[in-house]
Design a protein around this ligand. Structure first.
Ligand code: ADP
Ligand code: MG
Length: 343
C-alpha cells in the first residue's frame, strides 16, 4: 500500500479491501508505505485488527506535516518564516520542538542549527540531485549555479544564527527578520516518538515505524524477541547491511551523506550542512547512527554528530547517558561508543 495525504481516502478504501484477506501465516501483520515530509515512510503493525491504528498513524503524519513542514503554506514553521520578525503563535508541540532544537544548538555550539534554511535553499540538494547528469565538470557546475559561489554562501551565512530564535511559551520570535527555520534535522524523530505514543495508547504492543531511515521500534516482535534493525552499508542498496542493532522499544536513526546528495567531478555534495563553513559537512564521515529511547534525541544528535565529526561527536555522545552512536568513515571503518552493541 502506498499513501500520501493527497490520495488518502482513495488508498483507505483500497487498504480495507487488501486487509480483508490477510495471509494466514502473518494473520495480524499489516504494513503500509507513504510519502510525507519528503520521505518514504513505512509503518508495520501487529494486532491492528480493524486498521484503526494504521489510519490513526497516517492521520497523524498528515497533521504533523501540516504543522512542521517549511514548505506547507500556513504551517507553524511557514508562519514563523513569514513573520518578518513579528512574534508568531504556534502549537505547544512546535514550541517544544523548537526549544528542544535550541537545546542541541547550545550543546553543540551551533553545529546543529535550525536557522540553516538559507543554506538548505542555496544548496537545494534534493532538487539538484535530479538535475545533475554526472558529466558536468566542476567549472561548469559553478557556472550553471549547481555549486553555489563563495559570495552566495557568505550571504546565506549572514542569517544563520540560532540565537536569533526565541521561544516564550507558544510565541516564537526571530530577532533577524530574514532568518528562517527548518526542522528537517529533528522533526521526523519527534513524529516517530508521537506515533509510538499513539500506538501504545491504542494497545499496539508490537510495531515498526520507519520514517526514511529514522526507525522507531514499539515493544518487541510478536513472539517476544527483539527487533533487528539493519544499518545500511553507505552507498549500498537498502538490503546491503553493515551491522545489525537489536531493539525493544528504542529508536535507531542514521544521518548519512548517501541519503540525499549530488556528485560533481568526484566530489559529493550532501544535505547535512556545516553552519560554520556553509558547505556540506566534510570531515571524513559518511554516516552517524544514534541509538536511544527517544527518536527526537536520536534525530537531533545524528545530525549534530555528523557536523561535529568523529572526535567531537564521540566525546559528546560519551557525555550523555543512555545514548550510543556508531560512526562510519569514508573508508568504511566503524567507530562505536562504549555501549553501542557489537555483532
Ligand atoms: P534526513 O533524515 O532527512 O537525512 P537528517 O536528520 O540527517 O535528515 O538532517 C538533515 C536535514 O536537516 C537537512 O535536510 C536539513 O533540512 C536540515 N539540516 C541540515 N544541516 C543542518 C544543521 N547543521 N543543523 C540542523 N539542521 C540541519
Ligand atoms: Mg537528524
Amino acid at each position: 500500500m502506498f499513501r500520501s495525504h493527497r490520495f488518502l481516502s482513495l488508498m483507505l478504501s483500497a487498504a480495507l479491501l487488501f486487509q480483508a484477506v490477510p495471509a494466514r501465516a502473518e494473520e495480524e501483520k499489516t504494513s503500509e508505505t507513504g510519502f510525507f515530509l519528503d520521505t518514504v515512510i513505512t509503518i508495520t503493525l501487529y494486532g491492528d485488527k480493524d486498521s484503526t491504528a494504521m489510519d490513526g498513524c497516517f492521520a497523524l503524519l498528515d497533521q504533523y506535516e501540516q504543522m512542521l513542514s517549511r514548505t506547507v503554506e500556513g504551517s507553524d514553521v511557514w508562519n514563523i518564516n513569514h513573520s518578518n520578525g513579528e512574534p508568531t503563535e504556534v502549537s505547544e508541540e512546535t514550541a517544544w520542538l523548537i526549544e528542544t532544537a535550541l537545546y542541541y544548538s547550545e550543546l553543540s555550539d551551533g553545529a546543529f542549527d535550525i536557522t540553516i534554511t538559507p543554506l538548505v535553499e542555496l544548496w537545494d540538494v534534493q532538487n539538484k540531485a535530479s538535475l545533475v547528469t554526472g558529466d558536468e565538470t566542476a567549472e561548469e557546475a559553478y557556472a550553471s549555479g549547481l555549486i553555489p559561489s563563495e559570495e552566495e554562501i557568505e550571504t546565506a551565512l549572514l542569517h544563520i544564527d540560532y540565537t536569533a530564535v526565541s521561544c516564550e511559551g507558544t510565541t516564537v520570535t526571530l530577532s533577524d527578520p530574514e532568518a528562517e527555520i527548518d526542522l528537517g534535522g529533528i522533526a521526523k524523530g519527534y513524529i516517530a516518538d508521537c506515533l509510538e505514543d499513539y500506538l501504545l495508547s491504542q494497545g499496539i504492543e508490537s510495531a515498526l515505524i520507519n520514517l526514511g531511515g529514522n526507525v522507531q521500534t514499539v515493544g518487541t516482535k510478536p513472539d517476544g524477541s527483539s527487533w533487528k534493525i539493519g544499518i545500511q552499508k553507505p552507498f549500498g542498496g537498502s538490503s546491503d547491511i553493515i551491522t545489525v542493532v537489536e531493539c525493544t522499544g528504542e529508536s535507531v536513526v542514521t544521518s548519512g551523506t548517501y541519503e540525499r546528495y549530488f556528485e560533481i567531478d568526484g566530489t559529493i555534495y550532501h544535505h547535512i550542512l556545516d553552519p560554520n563553513t556553509g558547505y556540506p559537512a566534510d570531515n571524513g564521515l559518511v554516516s552517524v547512527t544514534i541509538l536511544a529511547d527517544s527518536s527526537t534525541v536520536c534525530d537531533a544528535l545524528s545530525t549534530t554528530c555528523f557536523v561535529l565529526g568523529l572526535e567531537d561527536g564521540m566525546e559528546l555522545i560519551e557525555s550523555i547517558d543512555s545514548v550510543e552512536a556508531l560512526f562510519i568513515t569514508e573508508d568504511e571503518v566503524m567507530y562505536r561508543t562504549s555501549g553501542f552493541p557489537e555483532n
